[in-house]
Design a protein around this ligand. Structure first.
Ligand code: HSE
Length: 352
């Protein structure tokens, strides 16, 4: 039985949910998965930091109030973040990185991943910024240092998409994908179909916790653009960046547009897509598309996400499920850890 020592970088909802899962399920994982997780360090820009090489109490961590300097309440805790010490020196084998997404330069998350990889630690992350903006460099760094780098939660949280396509669709060439990759915008469009105005629908999405504090990234397609870059590079070997993705959001759609679509047995959806062209290049876009009601993505309502892969051997494969949420995204980190463990123990050829 393997014991992995884990450091949590960022202690918001996702890593708190991971701590809660560890508190509840670690014993079960020993028999079901063949490993256990011991949290040896936590650091957070707002809540401070704590290190204990013998292992922190996961339940006590998860129960801490979300207040400034909260980690100082634990023995040995500090009210200030110690990112470098926790990532490099707390004795962790792996880092669970779940800090905020910076869509401009991916920082500070990219540096956190880099420090960990350079110091021979596996990284699992849910953060779109480092993957969309610096994915190739970080993957190369991981390979050079012979450690794993997994990021299933960067697209559609815990709903399996990246690894499913990479591993389970291997052997059947994927020539493109189209998806509903932002829960907020899909929720807004669904509410508008019930007659709610755009601004009111956005406010509801914020109240329900789907939208970012500044929902511009959700409704203008910027969040989807990062996910399109990640999927296109991962599944189509596209080597594109955000500037290669044509991007339009849903803010210009009116209740009149939505109603007119309904009368024509169609629905507006914000679609992130990429396709391999005959010359080998890849075209990628984010845009509102009018889908006929019999399209596989037309019936995906509310905050649910879905993506359809176009494959040569089995046609179109559509996966649908949650695209956000604390536990859902923490599950993605767990699935990354399982994948790393399987790579280490089974020497699988599908390991990155
Ligand atoms: N705000 C995002 C959404 C969260 O609504 O889908 C997940 O990236």
């Amino acid at each position: 039985m393997t014991e992995y020592k884990l450091a949590l970088v960022g202690f918001g909802g996702v890593n708190r949910a991971l701590a809660q899962l560890i508190a509840e399920r670690n014993e079960r994982w020993k028999t079901e998965l063949g490993f256990s997780l011991t949290i040896v360090g936590v650091t957070d820009l707002f809540q401070g930091s704590v290190i204990n090489r013998q292992g922190l109490d996961a339940a006590a961590l998860a129960a801490l109030p979300v207040v400034e300097g909260a980690l100082a309440q634990l023995p040995g805790g500090d009210a200030t973040a110690s990112n470098e010490a926790v990532i490099k020196d707390c004795g962790a084998d792996m880092i669970a990185e779940a800090t905020f997404t910076n869509p401009v330069d991916g920082e500070p998350a990219t540096s956190f991943c880099r420090w960990a990889l350079e110091n021979g630690k596996h990284v699992v992350t849910t953060n779109k910024g480092p993957i969309a903006l610096h994915g190739a460099a970080l993957k190369a760094l991981a390979q050079r240092n012979q450690v794993g780098f997994e990021y299933e939660g960067s697209v559609m949280s815990g709903t399996p998409v990246i690894r499913l396509a990479r591993q389970l669709l291997a052997g059947s060439t994927i020539s493109g994908f189209e998806g509903i990759l932002n829960g907020t915008s899909n929720f807004v469009l669904t509410r508008m179909e019930s007659g709610l105005g755009f601004s009111e629908a956005v406010k509801q999405a914020q109240t329900l916790g789907y939208a970012e504090a500044d929902p511009t990234a959700d409704v203008e397609g910027h969040d989807v653009r990062l996910k399109v870059v990640i999927l296109a590079n991962e599944l189509l070997d596209a080597k594109i960046n955000v500037n290669d993705v044509r991007c339009n959001g849903i803010s210009a759609l009116t209740l009149g547009d939505i109603e007119q679509a309904r009368q024509n047995n169609a629905r507006w959806k914000l679609i992130g897509a990429a396709t391999r062209n005959a010359d080998g290049s890849v075209s990628a876009s984010v845009e509102p598309r009018l889908l006929s009601n019999d399209h596989p993505l037309a019936s995906i309502g509310g905050a649910t996400n879905a993506v359809s892969f176009t494959t040569d051997l089995i046609g179109t494969v559509t996966v649908s499920g949650p695209g956000a949420g604390r536990t859902e995204t923490a599950f993605a980190l767990l699935s990354d850890i399982i994948s790393l463990h399987q790579c280490a123990t089974q020497h699988r050829k599908t390991c990155p």
